[in-house]
Design a protein around this ligand. Sequence first.
Ligand SMILES: [Zn+2]
Ligand SMILES: [Zn+2]
Length: 391
Amino acid sequence: MSTKDFVEKDYYKVLGVPKDATEAEIKKAYRKLARENHPDANKGDAKAEERFKEISEANDVLGDAKRRKEYDEARALFGNGGFRPGPGGGGSFNFDLGDLFGGSAGGGGGAGGFGGGLGDVFGGLFNRGGGAGTRTQPRRGQDVESEVTLSFTEAVDGATVPLRMSSQAACKACSGTGDKNGTPRVCPTCVGTGQVSRGAGGGFSLTDPCADCKGRGLIAQDPCDVCKGSGRATSARTMQVRIPAGVSDGQRIRLRGKGAPGERGGPAGDLYVVVHVGAHPVFGRKGDNLTVTVPVTFPEAALGGEVKVPTLGGPPVTLKVPAGTPNGRTMRARGKGAARKDGTRGDLLVTIEVVVPKDLSDEAREALESYREATAGSDPRAELFQAAKGA
Ligand SMILES: [Zn+2]
Ligand SMILES: [Zn+2]
């Protein structure tokens, strides 16, 4: 079973319940469908058997609050991210959801991936005993997630940043076996499957990861001092990553093949970088456009004029303010915004803010008083009062 399934299969549809179905609704739908399609009631009906598997698989995920959350997140993530399965070994795409969500990664290394994230997620009801073949197949490297904080200007122009990443790998000290001498024993509780069954009423049994071996199927006889018997270690590395121009705050970038290296000739995983962008004291961002508020005097707005406007990282541009420009009007300086993917740039949106002087010289005061006399006949609130009366 692969994560591709996880992403492509609509478990809600399988159970015929809405996305916001309650636990009780899911349970009820599962019970009804499971009863109808149970192999005991449909002897020799391959279709019913297949359907029963689907239903059980859907219930394994949706019936468990934690798995359901992971499933919803995975679907939301890949649904939005233009997710396309990579060229995994043998046409299947094998990486563990546990990798993505910081959970258990497959044992990997010498131990060869006993248990592991997908087993955990799917409860393994139909995986049992089928693992031997897949353990020797190439395994795609983990997807790794990281975060980076860029300044406003770096986000607009693009930047190369050092990124420190940690990922789960097999513990070197014990070759991933979790055992000091590299000789773990098979877990007696689950007999190496990593799964245990429990009765669920109605003649059904459900499977859970084995608690004694934490789903690995192996138990260290003499636990490794380095990894405390888990067989896993955290490895850290730093790499230089080029963040393209025009990224915005909160954006998640996928860098294909920059995740953890694959195993047994499998392809490398992908690196997801969540970008945080700092604020700028003057400029703002609206998609590809930059924004700036520019103060103008009353005469500049009323009589019109040429106003110098700063740009991000370039020389100022001169903006023609037409006579009679109202306060708050936004004008456009083309091509002075953020870079786009195709190499062109967005615009700089300039918002006019008429400033009222606080301190007036005698001369300015006199001029304003004559202006008041000259405009005494016009009442700027006449329309307002007219409209207020009308309604
Ligand atoms: Zn066990
Ligand atoms: Zn170890």
